[in-house]
Write a new protein. Structure first.
Length: 336
């Protein structure tokens, strides 16, 4: 994969121009408008000329959120709040919810299950009842079973989600089916994307609940020397996607492929946790020594993602390399 040199903090560039005809002047609501994914979606929409309502809850509005036309605070677990959040919108992007990594999955297995099941159900239902024309739903690659090859969209129909992702995996599977049900019942067009490991500005950097990449960044910045402990043997394979690439893909999907047929969105690049740690140390300038702890639990040994469908039906190509994305994220994190 050859990436074009696009800095993730820059404007959308040709993307803004390409999207302008479809999104210009549209009334669009974005749930999770101050989160990792929603913030970048708000930014991309604002740069495309949309009239954006950013829906926030626990996290305060950030620099990207404030690019919205309107910012409202709503609890999407409430049916009334969900209804008010999407009222009058022509298009809704569902990027809100509770997220967390392996530490949270181990220490509080239900933390990602019940809240997300309720939030997704309320938002999808509210959109259908409000006669929203199009919904962009953010699913996840946690829907897939453990496979040694790159996962393809049809793999969600075989086997069970990986045991550490079992609960949230089934919540996402259920939510995708719910999208299909409401689409058929109400005529709402729905785009479904399944991103890989998303990262960027406005991520969760609390190591007790975060995913591996933001945890690595926090660890490297706060401890620039000494030992840098990595759970496992460092050979787990992952795919990391910058949130600006996900936002661009999501806008493309809602415009071009709102047919309730899920599409993988990823970088298409396999990276081991050892390589990730080395890259984080290099970007942060840390001189810490890598130490691997095989006694600690890890996630899947292999989670590579096939993005051939996204290339075919959306014309999607990832633009932000891991090196560039990390540099932007680390710089932003250090300034917080």
């Amino acid at each position: 994969m050859v990436y074009s040199e696009i800095h993730p903090g820059d404007g959308a560039g040709s993307h803004s121009i390409a999207m302008a005809n479809f999104y210009d002047g549209k009334k669009v609501a974005v749930t999770g408008g101050s989160g990792l994914v929603g913030s970048y979606v708000v930014k991309a929409l604002a740069e495309s000329g949309a009239k954006v309502r950013a829906i926030v809850h626990r996290r305060p509005p950030n620099e990207y959120t404030k690019m919205a036309t309107e910012i409202v605070k709503k609890d999407l677990m409430s049916q009334d709040d969900a209804r008010e959040a999407v009222a009058g919108a022509e298009i809704v992007f569902g990027a809100g919810g509770i997220t967390g990594g392996i530490p949270l999955a181990l220490n509080d297995p239900g933390a990602l299950v019940a809240p997300n099941a309720v939030i997704n159900s309320q938002v999808i239902h509210a959109c259908a009842k409000a006669r929203v024309e199009r919904l962009g739903f953010v699913s996840s690659t946690v829907v897939y079973p453990a496979l040694e090859r790159p996962v393809r969209e049809e793999d969600s129909l075989i086997g069970e989600p990986y045991h550490l992702y079992y609960g949230i995996g089934w919540v996402k599977r259920f939510s995708e089916r719910l999208c299909k049900y409401y689409s058929d019942a109400y005529g709402m067009k729905v785009a479904i994307v399944r991103p890989s490991g998303v990262y960027g500005r406005y991520d969760n950097f609390d190591e007790s609940t975060s995913h591996v990449l933001p945890a690595f960044i926090k660890r490297a910045v706060s401890n620039p020397s000494g030992s840098f402990v990595v759970w496992g043997d460092g050979m787990d394979v992952r795919d990391f996607l910058h949130s600006s690439d996900l936002a661009r893909a999501l806008l493309l999907a809602v415009e071009k492929y709102a047919v309730c047929d899920a599409v993988n969105i990823a970088s298409g690049q396999a990276v081991t946790t050892k390589e990730l740690a080395q890259t984080v140390l290099r970007v942060t300038g840390s001189t810490a020594k890598l130490v691997f702890d095989p006694s600690k639990p890890t996630a899947l040994k292999n989670r590579m993602v096939d993005i051939s469908k996204a290339k075919r039906v959306l014309g999607f190509e990832p633009r932000v390399s891991l090196q560039s994305g990390l540099q932007d994220t680390v710089e932003w994190y250090r300034n917080q």
